[in-house]
Design a protein around this ligand. Structure first.
Ligand SMILES: [Zn+2]
Length: 686
């Protein structure tokens, strides 16, 4: 219960540095009242703009529009940080109650006829206005975004649109809630340690700890990851254990229980198709890509089809190599999906004399963070990191770092939330708690979330190579948020087109194997030995190894996303069998090899049914074209040096969404991105 005499801490600015929310003072019960107040305040601010009788000007329309909603922005960022990373039952309930409120509020502003008239009028006179480039682009973006949201529709269509958005907000929240519940339910429990042969002592103790937390003594519990595969599949020697783990993972959301997502996603697909039609588009994919750098579903599908055939062929070649290994060991079985990762590691061992699972002692988390991730960023951008143990975060496991520029000026705060917990959604992500804006006078606070299993008491956190990659990747997003130097909050950092946003994070992965960086972080936890040079060489030599599988499983998921969202409203109404639809889509693009399952099946494809990637999962490979081309640029120009970092920061990271991203890219690179570096990297160049 809230005490009426106690002021709601969310309504006043935090006294902590950079406006870091003081979560110690906030009760879950403070959120809803704060949201209600902030929404009302935002509406009043918009009403004050539309009440103005004089003709629209930049000063009487755009500036107050950008200043408006500061309180709501603060409350929402404070809340959604927690609802993703530490969603207790109470927080989940609030999130569910909020979803329709927030959708309605967003519609009320985006579809406001008078506001739209003012923005449209300004846009019509853009040539006559004396504005700097960022301000000019701001008018253009607001006009396009409001039009895209439906501001030009008549009142009847607007009310149907609003009803659809309301319903979608509820359904996407339900999808995520079901997925979290079913993932927890499907935790795989083993009674006998023999079944887990192949796991390290640390992994076993974490699994035992995990089981005890859930009230099971003398058992081992393995939590599922967001995607289809699981890191343990590469080391578990027991075939049946692997089968159980993969089966549990693939069953999520489709078991006919209370957490079944099939009906939920069918309704989402139908409503999205109906909305697209209402807005004048043939499908949701057409609607979405019309305001992305891709421009059309045809452009997306061309790229996916172009890559799929070569990827599927590579995967089939890899599969026969794996079968040889299985047969050679007298396996006596045909390789199945749950054998792939395990057999792959055997092939890797044989062909490259490389055991990736044995690398973990060289990847101690703290060392990777400080001497890898932070060190690379310091070398490129001159920034310095100081841990602020005096600053509280939203959970005791979260660490706070302050970042300064080379000249000593303050840049912002970086929060790292490394470990998995039942209240955290799966996967890894970056979000901003405060976004940078000169207009609002704010400096950035960004968070990176991962889902690394917490080691048993007293054990160090040893990362897999995939987790090391994720840490560098997410920190690339963090830099995008931290280096923002825009005027308007609309454009800060990662507020760019969705099919562009993965580009900076992917580029940051290039430093993982950069010799100076690797030498400083990849040091054996017990012996202090660096990762041997020949191991590094073999890692390089094996870079395109297993890329047929990795590319295929990704493309399969991207294609499923496209297939669902390319349906017209009529077509969407006719689909009733989720599994059959998915299978047909995979056959269509030739990615239906049962041994290479899709990275996500529809019923647990959170990116597209509850996250922001609907008709947009293609973005990763789309951004990777830019990424691979940029990696070439860094290599051509001397790699990890300050001059290169400055150019990348100045021309790309810092501008955020404040200009056309492909123009920013040309300015940085000197020409448009070429696809060849990507084909080479993924072994698709024939
Ligand atoms: Zn990312």
């Amino acid at each position: 219960m809230t005490d009426d005499s106690r002021p709601n801490p969310l309504l006043t600015e935090s006294a902590l540095p950079y406006g870091l929310p003081d979560y110690r003072l906030i009760d879950a019960a403070d959120y809803l009242p704060a949201f209600e107040r902030a929404i009302a305040e935002h509406r009043a601010e918009i009403a004050a703009i539309t009440r103005v009788r004089s003709m629209p000007t930049f000063e009487n329309t755009m500036l107050p529009l950008e200043r408006a909603g500061a309180l709501l922005d603060r409350v929402a960022r404070t809340f959604y940080t927690v609802s993703s990373a530490d969603a207790t039952a109470e927080i989940q309930e609030i999130e569910e109650a909020l979803a329709p409120l927030m959708a309605a509020h967003q519609d009320a502003i985006q579809l406001d006829g008078e506001l739209y008239w003012r923005v449209k009028t300004l846009h019509g006179h853009l040539g006559d206005l004396d504005l700097d480039d960022e301000s000019r682009y701001l008018v253009d973006r607001h006009f396009r975004e409001m039009t895209h949201a439906g501001a030009a529709l008549d009142d009847d269509d607007k009310s149907r649109l609003t009803a659809i958005n309301q319903r979608l907000s509820v359904l996407t929240t339900t999808f995520e809630k079901n997925l979290l519940a079913d993932t927890n339910d499907l935790t795989v429990v083993f009674d006998d340690v023999e079944e887990l042969d192949g796991l390290t002592a640390g992994e076993l103790s974490a699994a035992a700890h995990n089981a005890r937390d859930r009230g099971w003594e003398d058992a081992y519990a393995i939590t599922l990851t967001l995607f289809t595969g699981h890191p343990h599949l590469s080391t578990l020697t027991n075939r049946e254990s692997r089968r159980r783990l993969l089966e549990a993972s693939r069953a999520r959301g489709s078991r006919g229980n209370d957490h079944d997502n099939r009906g939920v996603l069918l309704e989402i697909v139908r409503l999205r198709a109906e909305r697209a039609e209402l807005l004048g588009y043939g499908s949701h994919a057409e609607y979405v890509t019309s305001d992305e750098t891709a421009g059309s579903p045809a452009a997306v599908q061309d790229l996916l089809r172009r890559l799929a055939q070569a990827a599927a062929e590579n995967a089939r070649r890899e599969q026969s190599d794996l079968q040889v290994i299985v047969d050679g060991a007298g396996g006596g079985f045909e390789i199945a999906a749950h054998d792939w990762a395990f057999a792959t590691e055997r092939v890797r061992a044989e062909r490259f004399d490389l055991d990736r699972t044995a690398l973990r002692p060289w990847f101690e988390a703290e060392r990777v963070l400080q001497d890898g991730v932070f060190r690379a960023a310091s070398a490129l951008y001159g920034i310095r990191f100081t841990e602020r143990r005096d600053l509280p975060a939203y959970h005791p496991d979260v660490r706070v770092f302050e970042i300064h520029n080379e000249d000593g000026s303050e840049l912002g705060l970086f929060l790292l939330d490394l470990y998995t917990r039942d209240t955290k959604r799966g996967g890894a992500w970056m979000n901003s708690i405060v976004s940078q804006s000169q207009l609002r006078g704010t400096s950035p606070i960004v968070v990176n979330n991962l889902n690394v299993p917490k080691p048993g008491d007293g054990q160090p956190t040893l990362l897999t190579l995939d987790e090391v990659t994720t840490l560098f990747h997410e920190f690339g997003h963090a830099l995008h948020g931290l280096f923002a130097r825009v005027t308007y909050p609309h454009f800060a950092g990662t507020n760019v087109f969705r099919d562009f946003v993965e580009f900076p994070s992917q580029v940051n992965e290039m430093w993982i194997f950069w010799p100076d960086v690797l030498a400083s972080y990849a040091v054996h936890i017990d012996t202090g030995e660096p990762l041997p040079a020949d191991v590094v060489e073999r890692l390089h030599a094996s870079e395109t190894f297993n890329q047929g599988f990795a590319t295929s499983e990704y493309l399969a998921a991207a294609w499923i996303d496209q297939a669902w969202h390319s349906l017209s409203a009529d077509e969407a109404r006719a689909v009733s069998d989720v599994g059959a639809f998915e299978a047909a889509a995979l056959r269509d693009i030739g990615l239906d090899n049962p041994v290479v399952p899709t990275r996500y099946s529809s019923t647990y494809f959170a990116h597209v049914f509850s996250g922001g990637y609907s008709a947009g999962y293609y973005s990763y490979i789309w951004s990777e074209v830019l990424d691979a081309d940029t990696v070439e640029w860094f290599r051509e120009n001397g790699g990890l040096i300050r001059a290169n970092g400055d150019r990348f920061r100045e021309r790309l990271l810092g501008v955020g969404g404040s200009m056309d991203p492909l123009a920013a890219y040309r300015d940085f690179r000197g020409h448009d991105a070429r696809i060849e570096p990507l084909l080479k990297r993924r072994g698709l160049d024939g």
